[in-house]
Design a protein around this ligand. Structure first.
Ligand SMILES: [Zn+2]
Length: 168
């Protein structure tokens, strides 16, 4: 439709080229521009054309610089990532029951020793030896196990010396 396209184009020209021009008739705006609503569209028009629509505001001044997306009040603060306990490795050691903890956690997750091994980038034999307490995992492996199995194999040395309460 040429009429629609023309109207759209003239509006576009108004906005981009001549900002201070009536969006309806195109005449320069000498008086403070009027903002009127015409057919549901808010336009900046001259005094003559202001009669065509419904007045919405005194001028197209940036009254609301706040983006509508940010204006919405938040009910609660943004979710934080799960707290990662800062572990000073000098004061921590691998839990003496690491073999059981790893085995139980692995079985709880339905993983075979092979699957856990490939998750950790370790050979299944390493997992097997760790679970039979023939191999104590080093800090790197312990961290990977903690991460993959969602457990904590590290225990503070003071806790170890004081004797830790036996769990289930
Ligand atoms: Zn006009």
């Amino acid at each position: 439709m040429p009429l629609f396209a023309g109207k759209l184009l003239s509006r576009l020209v108004c906005v981009t080229v001549m900002k201070a021009a009536c969006e309806v008739c195109g005449s320069p705006l000498r008086t403070p521009p009027n903002r009127v609503e015409i057919d549901g569209a808010v336009m900046v028009v001259c005094g003559n054309c202001a009669r065509l629509g419904k007045q919405v505001g005194p001028s197209p001044s940036p009254v609301t610089p706040i983006s509508p997306f940010r204006a919405r009040p938040r009910a609660r603060p943004p979710p934080r990532p799960a707290p990662v306990p800062r572990v000073d490795e000098a004061e921590y050691d691998v839990d003496p029951d690491y073999n059981l903890m790893i085995k139980q956690a692995r079985e709880r997750m339905g993983l075979s020793q092979e699957q856990l091994g490939s998750l950790l980038n370790e050979k299944p034999s390493v997992i097997r030896m760790v679970e039979s307490k023939k191999l104590k995992p080093d800090m790197t492996l312990t961290r990977k196990l903690n991460h993959e199995l969602k457990i904590n194999l590290l225990v503070s040395l003071s806790e170890l010396e004081g004797g830790r309460p036996t769990g289930t």
